[in-house]
Design a protein around this ligand. Structure first.
Ligand code: URP
Ligand code: ZN
Ligand code: ZN
Length: 467
């Protein structure tokens, strides 16, 4: 039997509009939106009415970059699909796009099937997959076509991590050419990994072993150089390019130059690069290990450039690159050798709130918040308008957001399966109150009411973003 839900009295915010409106939900989808107090809205009846007075009503967040259970550095990211998607729901994210991994010497199919199996029946919210290519060869290039047809329409390549995920320029060019012909989108981890490995070896030989050296060897110039090279290879292939986790001002400048030429080049940054810095990596007693990720955190001065890039649309998306490793037992693998610290930070639960804080602080507008966190990631990865907006026919993935609530971020209260928070003690204005996923309440007045298995796999169309 279908349930009709009415969300009444809130400020409905999408990437395009802000309106005081009521939202009617039926059969898991948005049935209609009408001005609050209008004759149409007054005529609506429902089984369940949610009062959103003084609240924002926004689309559920779309986090296009997560790594649940990623094998890395001899261990696994500590969130499973169950714990990670539950935490995402708490933070107002209703769709994730996670990265299935091709192991070297294996077909893409094997990696993808392993990721389907990990996620199946576990998720509290909907999910899709990108595919990490770690072994570009004739076989995997052919498989890309099949995956695009199946709804895996984006492929991550690494210019970093030699011997693990790394592809050389020839492999990158071939994968880009394939994407040009099958409509896939290449996502690039742009860091010159070969040069970085030389600097790692030299740093360790000098006895530089603390986490802060992770930031020093992974130089901004090596992110910029790789970004430049990736852009030129994409131009040669005639393919669009999406650069993930941009952290350096110099890399952003490469994207801006390409975009000024009208090239289809896009960029993502993450909350950690907007709110954290090398000061965190330098925290004493190995605490800096909590902030080891790649690309690395940068000196504070880079933050202003990233905020500007988000305002000017030289950066289009904020994803989390959620890849948590516990401090105890996991980050500790790199005590005495920063190069052995598993790379990655937790954040899937914090993104919507941190970006709301950016609205409060005046970095971005409310509509830009929704654009970079919901609408554009949905468009970029072929999920729009099912996801990323509030409009008749869209999935009823809806967040009731209290913009005045005060909260302090802490590992004591978060829901991610990790023993620290990268934002411990940070005071934020605004908090997720209630979340619906396809019309079902998954968070109700800050209580988890969802269930593992509610979330379903969502095949994706090819990139719909033209901006
Ligand atoms: O440090 C990070 N980013 N870990 C996850 C893997 C990646 O490169 O995205
Ligand atoms: Zn990466
Ligand atoms: Zn990542």
């Amino acid at each position: 039997m279908s349930t009709r839900t009415l969300i009444r009295g809130g400020l409905v915010i999408t990437a395009a509009d802000e309106t005081h409106a009521d939202v009617l939900i039926e059969d898991g989808r948005i049935a209609a939106i009408a001005a609050h107090g209008s004759t149409v809205a007054q005529g609506w009846t429902a089984d369940r009415v949610i009062d959103a007075t003084d609240r924002y009503v926004i689309p559920g967040g779309v986090d296009a970059h997560t790594h649940m259970e990623l094998p890395f550095g001899g261990t696994f990211a500590s969130d499973t699909f169950e714990t990670g998607t539950r935490a995402a729901a708490w933070g107002g994210t209703t769709t994730i796009v996670d990265f299935a991994v091709q192991s070297q010497g294996q077909p893409l199919r094997a990696g993808l099937d392993a990721w389907y199996a990990k996620a199946d029946g576990q998720c509290a919210i909907d999910y899709g997959f990108h595919m990490i290519l770690s072994d570009v060869n004739e076989g995997s290039l052919k498989e890309m076509d099949r995956l695009v047809e199946e709804g895996i329409t984006s492929f991550k390549l690494f210019m970093a991590y030699p011997g693990v995920f790394y592809s050389d320029d020839g492999q990158i060019l071939r994968a880009m050419q394939r994407a040009e012909s099958n409509g896939g989108l290449i996502m690039m981890h742009a860091e010159n990994g070969i040069a970085i490995d030389v600097l790692v070896e030299q740093a360790l030989a000098r006895g530089e072993r603390d986490p802060r050296y992770h930031g020093e060897v992974r130089k901004a110039l090596l992110e910029a150089e790789a970004t430049h090279r990736a852009i030129q290879l994409a131009r040669v292939a005639g393919a669009p390019l999406y650069v993930v986790h941009v952290s350096a001002e110099e890399a952003l400048a490469e994207l801006a130059t390409a975009r000024d030429k009208g090239l289809p080049v896009f960029g993502e940054t993450c909350p950690q690069y907007l709110f954290l810095s090398t000061d965190n990596l330098a925290e004493p007693d190995f605490e800096g290990a909590k902030y080891v990720c790649s690309t690395p955190l940068r000196p504070k001065e880079h933050q202003a450039a990233l905020w500007r890039g988000l305002r000017t649309n030289d950066l289009q998306v904020v994803s989390t690159d959620h890849c948590p490793f516990c401090f105890t037992g996991q980050k500790e693998l790199g005590r005495g050798d920063f190069s052995k610290i598993p790379n990655g930070l937790p954040g899937v639960e914090n993104r919507m709130d941190l970006l709301h804080q950016a609205v409060v602080d005046g970095h971005i507008t409310r509509r830009r918040w929704i654009e970079i966190a919901c609408a554009t990631p949905a468009r970029m990865f072929g999920l729009y308008p099912k996801k990323g907006t509030l409009a008749p026919g869209a999935d009823a993935d809806v967040v009731i957001y209290d913009p005045h609530a005060e909260q302090t971020v802490s590992a004591e209260t978060h829901h991610m399966n990790v023993d620290y928070s990268a934002y411990e003690g940070k005071r934020l204005t605004g908090q997720v109150e209630t979340v619906l996923s396809r019309g079902e309440l998954v968070i109700e007045q800050r209580k988890f009411t969802g269930r593992a298995g509610h979330g379903g796999y969502v095949p994706r169309a090819t990139c719909q973003y033209l901006g």
